[in-house]
Write a protein that binds this ligand. Structure first.
Ligand code: SF4
Ligand code: SF4
Length: 431
């Protein structure tokens, strides 16, 4: 399906100009009991219990951290139901019937500017941990863990590049919430005792450039950086190289170079957590693709069923054709076996494509996949080693360096899904 993206990238500009439609009150919301990073959980509620919006209703457990589960509406716990998660697995979701009252949990607390100015990095870290803030660009990495670094941070980068085709949710956030973004950045600067931040956008986002040149005037410590218009410019290494002219070595983390980076949606989540002590319960998403009647930008409640959003988009276009449903971008997102899936806080977009038969041909050793790989890997050799089940050879080809950008598949002359082989190689390399 990645190959299809070639013909449709210019639709993104049209989508970015569509206003955001609010759909924040579904009758039921569904909250994932676990996710890609947390494979176990415990519930604190029983069927029939009333819950408040933002209430901690359970806990997820990962190997090295725990993550509170929050109710995203007020209402009644109906029970557990299985639906597809963004990770492609059928898992248990906590079903809550919305009472449409939006009764807030007692933990919600508005902090004054004076209170916030006194917060230390450690105190902010605890707030972000309690609010379960994670990388909302799709990484789902816990933000509080990034805050725990002891490295001296000299610059903060805000990633608003959104380089994958189709997705426009970050562009909409940039247009709609400049104050939240600026305040979130100011809180992060305070935490890291740092006085320089750059918001990175693509050079071709002229409207955003105009808006932010104006709104950033009172904040000389925050500047706009216009970077390349290519994919994968949003990959942190590519962004850092374009914005700061710093090249990270293999296995080198940005913070080791004094750089801290956050996705722009995450910085809005950080603002809400610090200012109001609340977790993310709503988010901007794009629902688009050639298999949907009317593509739209939405602001939705976390826990909204994707089926309801498809209906709001006028349903499927060409319903007789098979559909491919992707949660996340078409290059790095996950293909989900059914539309019975749910918006979690890290879903940036829902892409519905009419399925096309992509007949793979034999590898002609053209080298396109090698030339397009931003990590300087040799995808064709990795593919051959996987086919030969040669574990030792696989390890020498460093598949773990792959960022799963999908460019090898996109550029393959023979329409081979090269990335599938690289993913398999990563599993082999870890054994
Ligand atoms: S998916 Fe991995 S192997 Fe393929 S081009 Fe991207 S980084 Fe390279
Ligand atoms: S791009 Fe495709 S055909 Fe060309 S070398 Fe790579 S795998 Fe083979």
């Amino acid at each position: 399906m990645i190959a299809k993206v070639r013909h449709i990238v210019d639709k993104k500009r049209l989508m970015a100009n569509l206003p955001t439609e609010r759909y924040v009150d579904p009758k039921y919301v569904y909250i994932a009991t676990n996710n890609a990073r947390c494979d176990k959980s415990e519930l604190y509620i029983k069927v029939g219990d009333h819950v408040n919006c933002f209430q901690v209703i359970g806990m997820r457990f990962a190997k090295y951290f725990v993550q509170p589960i929050h109710a995203t509406v007020s209402g009644t716990f109906v029970g557990l139901e299985k639906h597809y998660h963004r990770n492609g697995k059928l898992i248990d979701f906590i079903k809550i019937e919305n009472d449409f009252k939006d009764t807030f949990d007692s933990s919600v607390k508005k902090r004054s500017d004076e209170e916030i100015k006194k917060l230390t990095k450690e105190e902010m870290t605890e707030i972000l941990k309690d609010c379960a803030l994670v990388g909302l660009g799709g990484s789902s990495f816990p933000t509080y863990v990034k805050f725990q670094t002891n490295e001296k941070i000299n610059v903060i980068l805000i990633n608003a590049i959104e380089c994958e085709p189709y997705i426009t949710s970050d562009q909409r956030i940039m247009r709609e919430y400049p104050n939240r973004i600026i305040n979130g950045i100011l809180y992060a600067l305070q935490a890291f005792q740092c006085n320089k931040a750059y918001i990175c956008i693509k050079s071709k986002y002229k409207q955003l450039k105009e808006i932010y040149t104006e709104v950033l005037k009172p904040y000389p410590q925050i500047q706009l950086k216009c970077v390349g218009n290519f994919y994968p410019q949003g990959w942190e290494k590519a962004m850092i190289k374009s914005a700061l002219h710093i090249t990270l070595k293999d296995n080198e983390l940005p913070m080791q170079k004094g750089i801290m980076n956050f996705n722009v949606s995450t910085i809005v989540g950080l603002y809400k957590a610090i200012k109001y002590n609340i977790p993310v319960v709503k988010r901007n998403i794009t629902v688009t693709g050639d298999g949907i009647m009317y593509p739209k930008n939405f602001r939705v409640r976390v826990g909204t069923p994707v089926k309801e959003l498809i209906q709001l988009c006028g349903g499927y276009k060409d319903p007789e054709k098979n559909k491919v449903i992707i949660l996340g971008g078409p290059m790095m997102g996950a293909s989900i076996p059914s539309d019975d899936c749910i918006i979690t806080k890290t879903v940036t977009s829902v892409i519905i494509l009419n399925d096309v038969e992509n007949k793979e041909e034999q590898c002609i050793r053209c080298g396109s996949c090698v030339m397009s790989c931003p990590c300087h890997l040799q995808p064709v050799l990795i593919m051959n080693a996987v086919k030969a089940k040669d574990k030792e050879r696989i390890k020498t080809l460093n598949p773990l360096k792959c960022i799963e950008c999908g460019l090898c598949t996109y550029s393959c002359t023979s329409k081979i899904h090269v990335l599938d082989f690289v993913r398999k190689a990563k599993i082999f390399a870890k054994l």
